[in-house]
Design a protein around this ligand. Structure first.
Ligand SMILES: N[C@@H](CCC(=O)N[C@@H](CS)C(=O)NCC(=O)O)C(=O)O
Length: 194
């Protein structure tokens, strides 16, 4: 979804090759991704793995979603790294707890501890989009990455206590580029369930 959204934001067409879990671990895909995961990107002779660098590559290669000014661009990229390195890790820990650790005797204590670590990130972050629509000026790849990271909390109820973040996510989801990416992704799931 991150990669689709990035392509839509810069107005580029892209082709999708779906990969089964089995194919992800086969040599052909391991040549593209050392850990046998998705997403990967093939752009001419270049093959990339890791969603963060793929979105960064798209935003750097085609204009529109990173500032032209070098300092402002570095600031937008800082938000991309903040999403991936600082905000996402405790959110992923929560998902791991919910999906894989529910039967452990320490599950409740673990969840409470992880939720506290998430709130430590959401508290300062919630102050940011309040003055304007986006984290730092115009919508950027930093916002794309942050919104997609925060969306992982949708089912948790944790973000509901942060109205500015809820509004920030809603603004991003209303973007035509987001809608196009979402519809394309939803079509894949609809196809897979038939
Ligand atoms: N840090 C990686 C995470 C990639 C990742 O976790 N991909 C999942 C799907 S969203 C996957 O391929 N899971 C299958 C597996 O790990 O075997 C990125 O952002 O690209």
């Amino acid at each position: 979804m991150r990669v689709r959204w990035a392509f839509e934001e810069v107005g580029r067409r892209y082709d999708v090759r779906l990969v089964t879990f089995e194919a992800m671990k086969a040599p052909a895909h391991l040549a593209r991704h050392p850990f046998g995961q998705i997403p990967t990107l093939e752009d001419g002779d270049l093959t990339l793995f890791e969603s963060g660098v793929i979105v960064l590559h798209i935003a750097e290669r085609w204009p529109g979603r990173l500032p032209v000014d070098a300092d402002a661009r570095a600031g937008a990229i800082a938000w991309m790294f903040a999403a991936l390195n600082t905000v996402e890790p405790p959110i992923l820990d929560r998902q791991t707890a919910m999906f894989l650790e529910r039967d452990k005797p320490w599950f409740e204590a673990r969840l409470a501890e992880v939720d506290d670590r998430i709130r430590v990130r959401l508290d300062p972050l919630s102050a940011y989009p309040d003055g304007g629509d986006w984290l730092d000026g115009a919508f950027s790849a930093g916002d794309l990455m942050m919104v997609h990271t925060l969306q992982r909390l949708t089912m948790s109820g944790l973000s509901e206590k942060y109205p500015t973040l809820i509004a920030y996510i809603a603004r991003a989801e209303a973007r035509p580029a987001y809608r196009r990416a979402f519809d394309a992704q939803a079509a894949v799931f609809a196809m897979a369930s038939h």
